[in-house]
Design a binder for this molecule. Structure first.
Ligand SMILES: [Ca+2]
Length: 326
């Protein structure tokens, strides 16, 4: 067991170290990216205006809303932070373009691009968060599109990459309650967490009891008072949601709420006790809920509450709980 655990950690470490940028275009399309452009002419082996190497992509928009679009099978974008490329406005310059990305499940809003300068290479970098495709399993396409509704002069693209997500994720610390803390029932438990953003955009902090969401807080200080907690053992944690969709959990605090046990069955009212009758203790028993109208006990009645429980007499353990049905 120990050997397996160590091996697993080493494999994870190797994977992290091997993370690299993904080339989309260098001197040709790379890594199975393919041309899904429309309403434009494009030459993926243009040799006349090149940023690096021997070739660039020459693009001429020929009709309104034409676009150079590059497509790939579903990519898990969690490994990447930015889409970056070099672009040159060619002899004319002045092209007005926008960029938008797509998941295989749908298109994301477009982002305007700076108007291209003539005969000048400039690097444009768009974060996957801005493009709406960060931390997704099905990032599949991006398009650089005309925004004028008309043909546009030739421009050039080169060195198109998805760059590795090397950013440190945020950290979150559950500052309250402490692990191992004990409370008296009914408890009002203060949950609080601090977040180190590490440059990320924080959406909110969520507080959980096990897998059940208790509450969430969008502004620091992140806190919530969990009220009226009954006796029992609980595992609570905080989770930070960042960059719209990514999350990071705090350590779990294991807490105990102590208090007197629920009253013995004899203290409950109204109640029905099913006697063992002193024989056949393994047999199933039937409890009769009655509201006699005549006879010796006509003055007695029973109205069931919202919940009926069956308890073991000695330990008072609830072995069955249900709601009465008319
Ligand atoms: Ca090149």
């Amino acid at each position: 067991m120990g050997f397996s655990s160590v091996s697993f950690i080493l494999i994870l470490g190797a994977l992290r170290l091997s993370a690299v940028d993904m080339a989309i275009y260098t001197d040709s399309l790379q890594n199975s990216w393919s041309d899904w452009s429309w309403s434009c002419t494009r030459d993926f082996a243009n040799g006349s205006v090149v940023h690096s190497g021997t070739n660039s992509v020459a693009v001429t928009i020929t009709n309104s809303w034409g676009a150079v679009a590059l497509n790939h099978g579903d990519i898990n974008s969690s490994s990447y932070s930015n889409l970056t490329f070099w672009i040159n406005g060619g002899p004319s310059g002045g092209q007005k373009l926008r960029i938008y990305a797509e998941l295989s499940s749908g298109q994301k809003p477009a982002v305007a691009m700076t108007i291209l300068a003539a005969n000048t290479w400039q690097q444009m970098t768009f974060s996957l968060v801005t493009l709406g495709v960060a931390y997704q399993t099905n990032f599949s396409r991006f398009s650089i599109q005309d925004t004028t509704g008309a043909a546009q002069p030739t421009f050039y693209l080169d060195d198109i990459y998805l760059t590795t997500n090397s950013a440190t994720p945020p950290t979150i610390t559950l500052t309250s309650p402490a692990d191992g803390a004990s409370f008296s029932a009914p408890a009002n438990i203060s949950l609080a967490a601090t977040v180190t953003t590490n440059g990320h955009t924080i959406s909110k902090v969520q507080f959980y009891n096990g897998s059940s969401l208790l509450n969430e807080d969008t502004t620091p200080p992140y806190s919530y008072t969990w009220s009226g907690v009954a006796r029992g053992s609980y595992s609570v944690k905080a989770s930070v949601i960042y960059d719209s969709v990514a999350s990071q959990d705090s350590a779990i605090a294991h807490i105990t709420v102590t208090g007197p046990p629920p009253p013995a069955p004899g203290d409950l009212s109204p109640r029905i006790a099913v006697d063992q009758f002193g024989y056949m203790p393994e047999m199933s028993k039937i409890a009769v809920i009655a509201n006699p109208q005549t006879g010796f006990n006509a003055t007695n009645s029973y109205t069931p509450g919202a919940t009926l429980q069956v308890r073991t007499w000695g330990s008072n353990t609830v072995v069955y709980s249900g709601s009465p049905v008319a």
